[in-house]
Design a protein around this ligand. Structure first.
Ligand SMILES: [Zn+2]
Ligand SMILES: [Zn+2]
Length: 151
């Protein structure tokens, strides 16, 4: 059985100004070792709960764009404490990536997949089922989600 949160699962940024809720089962859990995530998390990798867009809700606060301020990928941060809370892809591809450690209870979390192992720190070995040297191709996401949700 894949690790999964008790729903609904709420969370927020470090100062509490931003509050979010997950109300649908995750599509995937993952870690990303890319150097961008290393910088944004001030750590070795980011950890993500991918949830269907309709299963994600901003309850409180006004998140601001951070990270690269790109056109396609919007990293939403708390304007006060600067926590990186969630990421949306524009146009919406049907999911929102919530940073797992923003959840009030992240103890259930385990990464099912990892991305960008080509950039990972040598010691950062994770108990994942699927590893990708870079980003999975678009056509690889369907089977990945099916495998995660099927367990
Ligand atoms: Zn905050
Ligand atoms: Zn990354």
């Amino acid at each position: 059985m894949t690790a999964a949160p008790t729903l609904p699962a709420e969370g927020g940024c470090r100062c509490g100004a931003i509050r979010v809720r997950i109300s649908a089962p995750p599509l995937l859990t993952a870690a990303c070792h890319c150097t961008g995530c290393q910088r944004m998390t001030a750590s070795a990798f980011s950890i993500t709960v991918t949830v269907p867009t309709q299963g994600f809700e901003l309850l409180q606060g006004e998140p601001v764009i951070g990270g690269l301020h790109g056109e396609q990928i919007h990293h939403f941060h708390c304007d006060y404490c600067k926590s990186w809370v969630f990421t949306r892809v524009e146009p919406d591809m049907g999911f929102v990536n919530v940073r797992a450690t923003m959840l009030d209870d992240a103890s259930w979390f385990e990464p099912f997949a990892e991305f960008w192992t080509s950039e990972k720190l040598a010691w950062a070995n994770l108990p994942v089922v699927h590893s990708f040297e870079t980003q999975p191709a678009i056509e690889e996401f369907g089977p990945l989600v099916a495998d995660y949700m099927g367990r």
